[in-house]
Design a protein around this ligand. Structure first.
Ligand code: GLU
Length: 481
């Protein structure tokens, strides 16, 4: 309809406008936290750009002033930063670009691809009902009326003149999708108050930002059709589309609050590592053969649109834990120590002094094998950090009854005199002590474990002794003898 519209390029963000290289974007509406579906969309777009040496941009779709909030913007930025999905350049505010959107609408008006519509809400509703009965979408009578007929001073919207031809898009995931023209109404581009609407703003922004690939949830598939009509009217090339199926809950139903925590920060609180969640989200709707576990380098090298699935992926918490466990094992003891101690920093029932930190660090390579999340690691380090003397109840208290205190007192003597304080020497010492006492190892191990850990989960006794060091071990024994 319009070959080359006289649209000024002045709002174009020129330093990233490189139509020959890949530009992707994540365009969240700041109405809540960073949902894991959004996090996955962001990740896919970031990986695709990286794979192709392109640019990944962030656009905050804050046009809906009533529903947008600064807190939500902050939560989205924070969520992406934590997840380690980095965007290029400054985030773009869609609302700040409203003047540019109106400028494009003016161009569409002058070219006859849009028109002023003076329908009142009541008239619109009546026409919509009528159209619905006839199995077609609303067409405004104002599309063919002369501007001179306009009621003077009446407010108006600006509508897009829906083209009479079918719309076809070639989607990288959905394949070729076609819509008949009668399915589309004359879309409002500018509301009566001059506010640009979603589909118009997205087209203008994606074009100006040089976006070449739009990867997003398939709830936007029909928008892709509307947006394509607008691109065509403007004579702009449409980007490549890839509409991915939404994430479903473990029960196969669309993901909702019912399925539990949904914001990225909730997964962080549950103790998932950013690398674990990135890997899990990658596999949620994308595959590369049977490969489950990916380093960041592999993700960036392998991600492609061909691997995107057409069937909705289901959240699977067991798999998430499995993937996270693997990533936890890839982390250094130093980093995990930092992360676990940070999670525990508010606890005033724990000793978090330098000595305790040294124990945690020394034990970490063994402890990280004993859980899937940082929350599991919190449980695993607890025996190191609990303040003395422990409160002993139930089974643990029982293990320290009878002849146990006397036996531990004799063991204390052996340990106090031990020449080498290392895991092997300690293992041998414990064995020979059991033999000298003429009892099975359990008779020693149980009360010793109770005395040293207070019943908290802990690895082998000789390892525990080695990590805690002689002074702490003797002190913990003294507490119960
Ligand atoms: N702002 C839209 C949303 O949050 C996304 C728009 C798009 O990706 O084109 O659902």
């Amino acid at each position: 309809m319009l070959s080359r519209p006289p649209i000024s390029q002045r709002n174009i963000i020129s330093h990233v406008h490189r139509p020959t290289s890949v530009v992707t974007r994540f365009a969240p509406s700041p109405t809540g936290f960073l949902h894991i579906g959004g996090a996955r969309t962001a990740l896919f777009n970031a990986l695709f750009a990286k794979r192709h040496g392109g640019v990944f941009r962030l656009r905050i779709e804050d046009t809906d002033r009533a529903r947008s909030s600064d807190e939500a913007v902050a939560a989205i930025l924070e969520g992406l930063s934590w997840l380690g999905v980095a965007w290029d350049g400054e985030p773009v505010s869609q609302f700040a670009r409203a003047a540019r959107h109106r400028e494009v609408v003016d161009a569409l008006l002058s070219a006859g691809a849009a028109f002023r519509c003076y329908l009142t809400p009541a008239e619109t509703e009546a026409l919509r009902d009528e159209a619905f009965k006839e199995g077609r979408a609303l067409r405004s009578p104002w599309r063919d009326r002369a501007p001179a007929e306009a009621p003077s001073g009446a407010s108006h919207t600006i509508r897009f003149r829906a083209p009479d031809s079918d719309v076809v898009i070639d989607d990288a995931v959905q394949g070729q999708v076609r819509w008949a023209s009668k399915e589309f109404d004359d879309l409002i581009l500018l509301r009566a108050d001059g506010a640009p609407t979603y589909n118009l703003a997205v087209v203008v922004d994606d074009h100006d930002m040089g976006v070449t690939h739009v990867i997003r949830g398939d709830d936007h598939l029909v928008n892709a059709a509307r947006q394509t009509q607008i691109y065509q009217a403007l004579g702009w090339p449409a980007p490549n589309f890839a509409h991915i199926p939404l994430i479903h809950g473990p029960d196969g139903k669309k993901l909702s609050k019912r399925h539990g925590a949904l914001g990225v920060e909730a997964y962080r609180e549950m103790g998932y590592l950013a690398s674990g969640l990135r890997n899990y989200l990658l596999r949620l709707g994308w595959s590369h053969g049977d490969k489950e576990l990916f380093t960041d380098e592999e993700m960036a090298a392998l991600f492609d649109l061909e691997g995107l699935g057409k069937a909705p992926a289901r959240l699977d918490f067991d798999k998430m834990a499995h993937v996270n466990a693997w990533h936890m094992r890839q982390e250094s003891a130093g980093r995990l120590t930092e992360l676990v101690l940070e999670r525990l920093s508010h606890r005033n029932d724990l000793r978090l002094d330098d000595k305790a930190k040294v124990w945690v660090h020394a034990a970490m390579d063994v402890l990280k094998e004993r859980g899937s999340t940082l929350a599991d690691l919190e449980d695993q380090v607890y025996f190191l950090l609990r303040g003395r003397p422990f409160e002993l109840t139930g089974k643990v208290a029982k293990a320290l009854k009878g002849d146990a205190p006397d036996r531990l007192a004799r063991l204390r003597g052996v340990l106090a005199a031990l020449e080498h304080w290392d895991e092997t020497a300690l293992g041998t010492a414990l064995q020979s002590f059991a033999e000298a006492e003429g009892v099975g190892f359990g008779k020693i191990g149980q009360p010793l474990r109770a005395a040293l850990t207070g019943g908290a989960p802990a690895p082998d006794m000789s390892f525990v002794l080695a990590i805690l060091g002689r002074d702490e071990v003797l002190a913990r024994l003294d507490d119960v003898i």
